[in-house]
Design a protein around this ligand. Structure first.
Ligand SMILES: O=C(O)CCC(=O)C(=O)O
Ligand SMILES: [Fe+2]
Length: 202
């Protein structure tokens, strides 16, 4: 048993990197920062309340949801309010489709104001996303580590740093077997925006 653990934690464990595709220079760094400023200043950001055991706490980040009309999305039992596409977001979506061949009808924006903002361990497995969703994640602003852990063996971990202007594709069985998070950081951080383009079927 201990040998198995040892094996898992050392050379026997391999994160299935084929479930990710990372393009660090997807956007020009200056264009990425300009887009971040525009979005921070124009998006009607919301802060939701989430249940933590028996308490209600504010979600430690701001969010907004854009997409095609008639799409709704449920997250942790709530229906999110959908805004009609901003031209900047639609242009970015079309650029991702052009580069990757994947299509998307909505985008969830996460605004991490500083090092105290975060997203807890989760999988993006809502039924609207279908079984093996392709999610395209664009990062703007401060670089932060994006961590993964295996659902049924938390000692199997992996992380990559998502830099300004990067694109990460998450695909295949990733949302079945792996959780991900952005942890709070113990050092000062400037703002970061993350845009996750998704295809919602209803
Ligand atoms: O901020 C990130 O890079 C990830 C956000 C995320 O996991 C999500 O919106 O589901
Ligand atoms: Fe996620």
């Amino acid at each position: 048993m201990s040998q198995l653990n040892l094996f898992n934690e050392t050379e026997g464990f391999r994160f299935p990197e084929e479930l990710l595709e990372y393009f660090p220079g997807f956007m020009e760094p200056a264009a990425a920062l300009t887009l971040m400023d525009t979005l921070i200043n124009t998006v009607p950001w919301e802060q939701h309340v989430q249940r933590m055991y028996d308490r209600e706490v504010l979600t430690p980040r701001l969010t907004a949801w854009y997409g095609d009309p008639d799409k709704t999305y449920h997250m942790a039992g709530k229906t999110l309010q959908m805004h009609a596409w901003l031209p900047e977001l639609q242009a970015l979506r079309d650029q991702i489709t052009h580069s990757t061949g994947h299509t998307f009808n909505s985008v969830l924006l996460n605004y991490y104001r500083d090092e105290n903002d975060s997203v807890a361990w989760h999988r993006d497995k809502e039924s609207e996303l279908g079984n093996r969703p392709v999610i395209a994640s664009v990062s703007l602003g401060a670089a932060r580590p994006f961590e993964f852990r295996q659902l049924d063996n938390h000692s199997n971990k992996y992380a990559l740093t998502l830099s300004n202007g990067s694109l990460l594709l998450m695909k295949g069985d990733l949302q079945q077997h792996w959780e991900h998070r952005i942890a709070k950081a113990g050092y000062r951080l400037k703002p970061r925006l993350n845009l996750t383009f998704r295809s919602i079927r209803i």
